[in-house]
Write a protein that binds this ligand. Structure first.
Ligand code: NAD
Ligand code: UD1
Length: 344
């Protein structure tokens, strides 16, 4: 299939491009590089031997979308393009709603114009808010979000479901990711956060690399086994393969299809630190701090539905996720910098 990936140069997008190529599909990337580096394309070529087709631009640019749909016979779109920093979304809600929600509306309208009726949407476990019980399955209530980023994801889910109801021949696949970490085993592509990382694993790798002094662990008084927050960390390559599998199984089946993509296992912040130290031999100094506003004690998936219906399940365990994240960090202290991008 010819697959358009909006935000395809980002962390999850780039890994999905590689897995789509491995599975014999043709990925086409649309990205404005607001949170990605053009060198990611040459890295993808180093891994796969293929330099994917790129359109540099914004998903809100209708003329560009028209051109892409005219120039390519797109079978399905994976819509990754979004802004994703929670704190920033609280400070700049309009920018987040414009980029994430308006961007999705324009994309859907142009898909409709072009007769492309299949979309995979990057959603998040954040749409579940603070569930009363664990593990979380797809029937849990959604919408009790605590920040504009999470609300934008919930709004986009609703918009896509309403649209599918009105256009019953569409296939809408909503994938709710838990906590993606790790990197491609080659060490060629990985996560390059802007500035000081907000998320745990990039922070830990930068402490181990000596770029940051120590990790602040936000809260050691949660009702969890060791008092620190528990999350469902999933290897980004497993997550990418989940997209390929979802497309293979559901892209041609009309309806709205919703899946959690997680492992079903929860690990605490201290589990992460200890596993990191054991697997890499690096020390990760830490201090306990107050809980972070908006955080929940624990969050992990019931991944059975994806296993049952998509025949997909995450295979990589925590030590491998951590080794791969460290391999990427060690090989690329400056991320994707220091190379000259050469267009196709
Ligand atoms: P990322 O920032 O690495 O990737 C997003 C990509 O979209 C970037 O390459 C960015 O340049 C591009 N982009 C943003 N706005 C754009 C626009 N208007 N036009 C064109 N390109 C645009 O983030 P990621 O971690 O790869 O996340 C991908 C998707 O998955 C996002 O929708 C994110 O909200 C969602 N998600 C991520 C996580 C996570 O922890 N990484 C968890 C749940 C959901
Ligand atoms: C974050 C986002 C969420 C998004 C999810 C998946 C926030 C508030 N939420 O959630 O919207 O869907 O990522 O990408 O950013 N921690 C520390 N010290 C740190 C960083 C994190 O102790 O420096 C702890 C957190 O308190 C949490 C765990 O580590 O218990 C994981 O944090 P993080 O990686 O930010 O992910 P989430 O909080 O799950």
């Amino acid at each position: 299939m010819n697959i358009l990936l909006t935000g395809g140069a980002g962390f999850i997008g780039a890994h999905t491009v590689v897995e789509l190529l491995n599975a014999g599909h043709t990925p086409i990337i649309l990205d404005n590089f607001c949170n990605a580096h053009p060198n990611v394309l040459t890295r993808i070529k180093m891994i796969t031997g293929v330099l994917p087709k790129l359109y540099q631009g914004d998903v809100r640019d209708r003329e560009l979308l028209k051109r892409i749909f005219n120039e390519n016979k797109i079978d399905s779109v994976i819509h990754f393009a979004a802004l994703k920093a929670v704190g920033e979304s609280v400070a700049q809600p309009l920018r987040y709603y414009d980029n994430n929600v308006s961007g999705s509306l324009i994309l859907l309208e142009e898909m409709q114009q072009a007769g492309v009726k299949s979309i995979v949407f990057s959603s998040s476990a954040t749409v579940y808010g603070e569930p009363k019980t664990m593990p979380i399955n797809e029937n849990f209530p959604t919408g009790a979000t605590t920040n504009p980023y999470g609300t934008s994801k919930h709004m986009m889910e609703r918009i896509m479901m309403d649209m599918q109801r009105a256009q019953p021949d569409w296939s809408v696949i909503i994938l709710r990711y838990f906590n993606p970490i790790g990197a491609h085993a080659s060490g060629k592509i990985g996560e390059q956060p802007n500035g000081i990382p907000n998320n745990l694993l990039p922070y830990v790798t930068q402490v181990a690399a000596g770029k940051l002094k120590e990790l602040s662990i936000f809260g050691n008084d949660y009702p969890t086994a060791d008092g620190t927050g528990v999350r469902d960390y999933i290897h980004v390559v497993d997550l990418a393969q989940g997209h390929v599998q979802a497309l293979n199984v559901k892209a041609r089946e009309a309806g709205t299809h919703i899946y959690n993509l997680g492992t079903g296992k929860g690990y605490s912040v201290l589990d992460i630190v200890q596993t990191f130290e054991r697997e890499t031999g690096q020390r990760v100094p830490y201090v306990f701090k107050e809980r972070r506003a908006g955080d929940i004690a624990e969050c992990y998936a019931d991944p059975q539905k994806a296993w049952r219906e998509l025949n997909w399940q995450a295979k990589r365990q925590l030590p491998e996720m951590i080794r791969d994240a460290w391999h990427w960090q060690k090989n690329n202290p400056n991320g994707y910098e220091n190379e000259t991008f050469q267009a196709a």
